[in-house]
Design a protein around this ligand. Sequence first.
Ligand SMILES: [Zn+2]
Ligand SMILES: [Zn+2]
Length: 288
Amino acid sequence: MAERLPRQPRADPLEIVELKRLRTAQPELASAIDMQIALLDMQRRVQSRVPLPWIQIDPEWLRSQQAAGRPLVRFSDIPLDWTDFRLAFRQTSDILRRFETLQPGDHQTIVSLTRESHALEPIVVRWYEATSGVEGADPDLRTPKGAPDALDHVLLLAMRPFLARCPEALAQRTDLSAWTYGRCPYCGWEPDFAVITPSADRRLICGRCLGQWRHDPLACPFCANNDRARITSFATHDGRYRVYACDVCRRYLKAYDSRNAVRSVLVSVDTIATLPLDAAAMQRGYVG
Ligand SMILES: [Zn+2]
Ligand SMILES: [Zn+2]
């Protein structure tokens, strides 16, 4: 009989390694870090089954969408399997509840959507269509009347493993140079983070699909204010992170400065490592 070799423990991906290192360095962030690790674990397990989609984009349509400020990924382009989605939705809700980010009542209401057969599907389709604006948006249809506000956040996180495949499939072969807007050219969501490249360009990173796009290095992506005198920008002591805050709409965006950095941006790590910067920005009266 063949001798059974001891199974090698699978090495943690870089993001998890970095998050664990951060937990040692900044134990006050432990709860946020543990929730992030749980979400990443779940998303990676789901995403390992999600194929890279083949998205056919007509060049003429690409031009007209960009000219109209409309993004590219239609709901039917997303490689979404409903059984896997329901699982991701359910597990996301449970993780948010476990870390007390979701109220018990909201958790119950949200999870009950997965029990009624086919209750969830139309909600997901409508939410994506209303928030992406691929065919024009009607934000009133975003979530059903009376649904908990937290449903938005659960949908966003549960959709990510499927939706994130779309910019992966499109980024290399789609010319987005005509896209000058602050919202995501793939799914229409807002940027949640940014990265300053070694050549001092600023790339915004979508808070939903993680797609990246180039944007003016200082202009506010939320209100298009590009008056430098009305943008407040400050960096951390080590120069690794930066905040751009807009004095017109009062919103702010954080960025990872990859000039002189030892690694490239890791959104799931850097958004958590910069939680103290959120506190600093909010103290100055800005909103996320
Ligand atoms: Zn996006
Ligand atoms: Zn603004």
